[in-house]
Design a protein around this ligand. Structure first.
Ligand SMILES: Cc1ncc(COP(=O)(O)O)c(C=O)c1O
Length: 389
């Protein structure tokens, strides 16, 4: 048996977990298997649990300091896992990646400015841009077969219309693409040409399957680094999203100063003490756990894809290259609008994320970061409901 037991089913009901205890609120029923919000039904690495337990046992939780160990753990992680050399003074912390994106919007754009995103994409991008009164510009990804690619002609046309900032999702949630070097270089050159800044949300960068490699956008050239804010976090990787700790990396000093002035004006540059402890423990000691997790997740992805293909459920899916999210093309089920999520929640009794929130009709997102027995149960429920339809 593997040293880490990802097959273990851990009860999350009653722990205040949004995914489980929020079911009534989101789906109108507790009676469904939740496979929606992007956290995992696995315990964090043992080293993280041990470090947090020790910190909690101390009993004093006053204002924390992010010491050398915190920064060095992050710097070493980015170098080791992604081959990226980052200086300590390029790093700031934030309560989360979405808050970092919102801070960047305040720092680098004004109300009414154009901000570009690539749907279908994480709903937080829509809301961060819209709630800050910026003008959303869409560069929809297009499908070549089942695989999503960037529509560069459309991107260039949109950037030429005066886009101030591009929020890039790399790797991409929900389509699971790991952008290639060529794709990143092409989009980076277009941004340089049109004077567009890039906020690279790389929160899923550690969750890349075998044979693919994530390339940090800012690591590709000094010119790209000079227009980039990169957001990373241990939250998805090590299942510590509830500890609200993320990092930004900004190499260019004037950009960084602008970003820091908003961060400080909002008084959100501090992290919480457990987030600091978890980040350092995870980045220092979590690598073996992560490598095992990636094998487990990729096996879940393979299982899901072959299940849906072999059972002929009428759902199309491409195996993701990264993330633990599957983007299900349900268009051939013939269910329109709210009827599609309603079908999954009340007939199949699985709670999935509605594709319309990502900007695309007819799709649902399934989170497969759970013990295989739960995944199998969820897929069986979907198959049974479709057969009865
Ligand atoms: C692409 C992406 N960015 C940001 C977030 C949320 O990050 P945070 O909780 O740090 O704000 C998610 C969560 O699913 C995500 O998928």
């Amino acid at each position: 048996m593997d040293k880490f037991d990802f097959d273990q089913i851990i009860e999350r009901q009653g722990t205040g977990a949004e995914k489980w205890d929020g079911r009534e609120n989101i789906f109108g029923s507790e009676d469904l298997l939740p496979m929606w919000v992007a956290d995992m039904d696995f315990a964090s690495p043992p080293e993280v649990v041990t470090a947090l337990t020790a910190r909690a046992a101390h009993g004093i939780y006053g204002y924390p300091l992010r010491g050398d160990g915190f920064y060095q753990a992050a710097i070493d992680w980015l170098k080791r896992r992604h081959g990226w050399n980052v200086n300590r003074d390029w790093i700031n912390s934030a309560p989360g990646v979405v808050s970092a994106i919102s801070i960047a919007l305040q720092a680098f754009t004004s109300p009414g400015d154009k901000v570009l995103i690539q749907p279908p994409v994480y709903p937080g991008f829509f809301s961060a841009v819209q709630k800050s009164g910026r003008n959303l510009v869409l560069n929809p990804l297009r499908q070549e077969g089942r695989r999503y690619v960037i529509d560069f002609a459309d991107l260039e046309a949109k950037l030429a219309s005066g886009v101030k900032l591009f929020v890039l999702c790399s790797p991409h949630n929900p389509v699971g693409r790991v952008w290639t070097k060529e794709e990143l270089v092409t989009l980076g050159e277009l941004c340089l040409k049109h004077g567009t800044l890039v906020v690279a949300d790389e929160i899923h960068s550690d969750l890349v399957f075998l044979r693919k490699r994530h390339i940090p956008f800012a690591s590709l050239s000094p010119e790209f680094a000079a227009i980039a804010v990169t957001c990373v976090s241990p939250s998805k990787t090590f299942n510590v999203a509830g500890l609200a700790t993320a990092l930004t990396v900004i190499a260019e000093s004037r950009m960084r100063a602008r970003y820091e002035s908003v961060l400080k004006a909002m008084h959100v540059e501090e992290c919480n003490i457990f987030g600091i402890t978890a980040l350092e423990a995870a980045y220092r000691h979590g690598e073996a756990w992560l490598d095992s997790l990636l094998i487990y997740l990729e096996t879940n992805a393979d299982f899901l894809v072959s299940f849906l293909r072999q059972r002929n459920c009428g759902i199309e899916v491409e195996k993701p290259e990264a993330t633990y999210l599957a983007w299900l093309d349900c268009r051939s089920l013939g269910l329109k609008g709210a009827n599609l999520p309603e079908f999954f929640a009340s007939k199949a009794k699985v709670g999935l994320s509605d594709g319309r929130r990502f900007g695309e009709q007819g799709f649902m997102r399934l989170n497969f970061a759970c013990p295989r027995a739960l995944l199998e149960e969820g897929l069986e429920r979907i198959e049974a409901a479709i057969k009865l339809k």
